[in-house]
Design a protein. Structure first.
Length: 745
């Protein structure tokens, strides 16, 4: 029977020991706790950490694995076990775990952590092409062009090592789609086209920083944020006005008997009494009399904003910015001023900077301050180039966020949500949620939907999503989440229809990149859905992304082929061929399409058309093995042995140049089986066997060749063949010698 009180006591004791660095004591306490509650994930996780810190890596790994079994949706135990495996030198196994960790973080919509673990996995186990592909998609999603290109080129390098040059070219082309002038990508493409090895610089990377496993098990995971206390209802400008009055009073007292003192004192008295008009007038007189202090500038500028004198407020507020204490309020005031003047680009810039200043002041951790700065920089970038109407709506949201009694408490939560949206849905996703009707409530609802999805509570997730749709029917990211729930529930067709609806909505908004991204995602889930692929092709053609459209044409034709619809497959391959010619596609791409068309004609027994296409392929790529092999069979079937042997000698020459004797033997053996009466084939196969010192097989072929020559009345040729047999020393040598005498050789 478990003892909850004893368990809690042991957990507290273990946490205290860990805090003090007494890890052996922590091991003993957590071990006892696990005995009381073997199925408690936290107890197993903490015991694993304590064991790690005492150097017992094997046991630590065992309990991390147990913690992961008990809490499969928590990525932490799995991530820590990967780290332990890495420290034990089991890099391949560790890499596999890091990939699983990334999947867990993706379920939590934490793309940054997923990328971090993919990076470590590929560092430990290079050549994980599928992981590099996912990293490329992730980096492309968050707008990091440089790292996206790096991942595509890394894929190309590994594809070349795997002898899959076509896939390598496709990967490089994806990189060039992002930057057509990228020198490294262009060099890769030239190297692949000329058959040169790709440089290995692309896979040489700095090792990702080690994850610190010495975390304190008792440490709180809450943000280390200052106690905000009560907030001024006017927001940062209200707080700054109060602080400015205190700073001004102190400065005036220390200034002595100056002519501006009386005006400043009068202004402060009026401000305390709530007479902002008279206070501003008095502060203006103090300013004219020579009082040049940031506190006066803030007080005067802030009151002018409140008095609807925005243009006059701006120069005063700008002079208050250097004062760190008054900075958030000065920025807030400038944002309000520009908003009232209808200059929404400037207003959004200052309002975001005010949010950043407040948020930064509320945390004492340097690392968190650095992270905050990145979020707000990304937010500024996301709003760059937006229309004045959109910026006006967004600024109204910012102004609302910076006012009321709870604005300090809500800033961090709102920023976290915007950060997640930036990572998951990019800049447009942030704009969507900022302009959405009821955006504040909507943010809470979306957070709730994500939480329910992470915990597998799909019915609750869908209910919350429907509530969000009622509040803001045109907020598309919530529809994406509804489709995600449908997929998880196994309602595949409904999910695809929902994704299609979202993609079409983005198309109507002319947000073609987002529409394309969704259609690509749908095709990953339902690769045989031809309607989705057709929609994507039309979109890509409209965007003039013709290289991608060509790839989709090929994939669509392959899909028709898999579905047994050879008529549509043939038509689609023909369309792909025309597009390849129009955009001057690479020779490899043209050849690939022609092979597909030829294969379909072969299946339809339209040999003449297949023959024509194979000949076309050879005009594009003279050393194409598949085309040569297919033509050899076709010409032998037509009894056109001259053309068949002509193509055969070309193919044999390619194999000989590569030193691939095995391929030569295999080809000739197959052809002799299907064409046993062809003397040219027998002669060539016998020659190969002689080179390989396979005397018995050489004699068999020469013997059959001699019989064919005698049957055809070619006595002289038969004599030469029998003489070759004699030189090989057959078992019945005397019989061959007698035959030579009978033939008069």
């Amino acid at each position: 029977m478990t003892n909850p009180q004893e368990f809690d006591k042991l957990m507290e004791s273990g946490a205290g020991a860990g805090w003090d660095g007494r890890w052996q004591d922590a091991v003993e306490a957590f071990s006892q706790a696990v005995k009381i509650k073997p199925d408690d994930a936290d107890a197993n996780n903490n015991l694993a950490l304590a064991l790690f810190n005492t150097g017992e890596l094997d046991n630590s790994l065992k309990f991390y694995k147990r913690a992961h079994q008990l809490a499969p949706n928590d990525p932490e135990p799995l991530e820590r076990s990967a780290d332990v495996l890495e420290r034990m030198g089991k890099n391949k196994e560790a890499a596999g775990n890091y990939v699983k960790v990334s999947d867990a973080y993706l379920k939590q919509r934490n793309l940054n952590k997923a990328i971090e673990n993919w990076e470590r996995a590929t560092y430990l186990n290079p050549g994980m092409v599928s992981v590099h592909a996912r990293m490329a998609q992730a980096y492309e999603r968050v707008g990091n062009k440089g790292k996206t290109i790096r991942e595509y080129l890394t894929m190309a390098y590994h594809f070349q090592k795997m002898k899959e040059d076509q896939r390598a070219v496709r990967a490089v082309n994806r990189a060039l789609r992002l930057d057509k002038t990228n020198a490294q990508a262009l060099n890769f493409l030239r190297s692949l086209q000329s058959g040169r090895a790709l440089p290995d610089d692309i896979i040489k990377r700095e090792p990702p920083s080690k994850r610190d496993l010495l975390d304190d098990p008792a440490a709180s995971h809450d943000d280390d944020r200052r106690n905000v206390g009560e907030a001024h209802p006017l927001g940062p400008i209200g707080e700054a006005l109060d602080e400015a009055m205190e700073l001004l009073a102190q400065y005036v007292v220390e200034s002595g008997l100056n002519e501006y003192v009386m005006h400043a004192m009068q202004g402060m008295t009026c401000q305390r009494q709530g007479d902002n008009q008279e206070a501003a007038a008095a502060y203006a007189q103090a300013d004219e009399a020579g009082l040049q202090h940031p506190s006066l500038k803030l007080a005067l500028g802030g009151l002018l904003v409140l008095n609807e004198q925005a243009a006059e407020a701006i120069p005063h507020l700008e002079q208050a910015i250097p004062n760190e204490t008054l900075l958030p309020g000065a920025l807030h005031g400038l944002g309000l001023s520009y908003f009232k003047l209808g200059k929404h680009k400037d207003a959004s810039r200052y309002l975001i900077q005010s949010l950043r200043a407040v948020d930064t002041n509320l945390t004492e951790k340097p690392k968190e301050q650095e992270d905050l700065s990145k979020v707000y920089d990304s937010l500024l970038s996301a709003l760059d180039g937006r229309s004045p109407e959109v910026l006006k709506t967004i600024n109204e949201r910012f102004i609302g966020m910076l006012s009321g009694k709870d604005w300090k408490q809500s800033i961090a939560e709102t920023r976290r949500h915007l950060d997640e949206t930036l990572r998951d849905e990019g800049g447009q996703g942030v704009v969507d949620i900022l302009v959405a009707r009821g955006g504040d409530d909507l943010a809470d609802m979306v957070t709730g939907v994500d939480r329910y999805i992470r915990n597998g509570l799909y019915t609750l997730a869908m209910d919350e999503a429907h509530r969000a749709v009622e509040k803001s029917p045109y907020y598309l990211p919530i529809h994406v989440r509804m489709a995600e729930v449908m997929m998880k529930e196994g309602r595949i067709r409904q999910a695809i229809n929902k994704y299609n609806m979202v993609a079409k909505s983005y198309l109507v908004r002319e947000e073609n990149d987002r529409a394309a991204a969704i259609l690509y995602e749908v095709l990953e889930m339902a690769p045989l859905d031809t309607d989705v692929r057709v929609n994507l092709i039309h979109l890509l053609e409209g965007e003039k992304r013709l290289d991608e459209a060509l790839d989709q044409y090929i994939d669509l034709a392959e899909t028709f082929q898999q579905l047994g619809d050879f008529e549509h497959a043939s038509q689609t391959f023909e369309a792909a061929g025309k597009m390849a010619a129009e955009i001057n596609a690479s020779a490899d791409k043209v050849v690939q399409i022609k092979h597909y068309i030829a294969d379909i004609n072969q299946m339809r027994l339209n040999t003449r058309e297949a023959q024509r296409i194979y000949e076309e392929i050879l005009t594009v790529k003279a050393d194409d093995e598949k085309a040569l092999r297919s033509l050899i069979d076709i010409y032998f079937t037509q009894d056109n042995r001259v053309e068949a042997v002509k193509r055969l000698d070309v193919l044999l020459g390619l194999y000989a140049k590569a030193g691939d004797v095995k391929k030569i033997e295999g080809l000739l053996s197959d052809l002799v089986l299907t064409n046993p009466n062809d003397t040219a084939l027998r002669q060539r196969l016998a020659s190969i066997y002689r080179r390989l010192n396979r005397t018995r097989e050489a004699i068999e072929q020469l013997d059959a060749l001699g019989e064919l020559q005698l049957d055809a009345g070619l006595t002289q040729e038969a004599c030469q063949t029998i003489k070759q047999i004699v030189t090989l020393g057959p078992e019945n040598l005397d019989d061959y010698k007698r035959l030579l005498q009978q033939l008069g050789c």
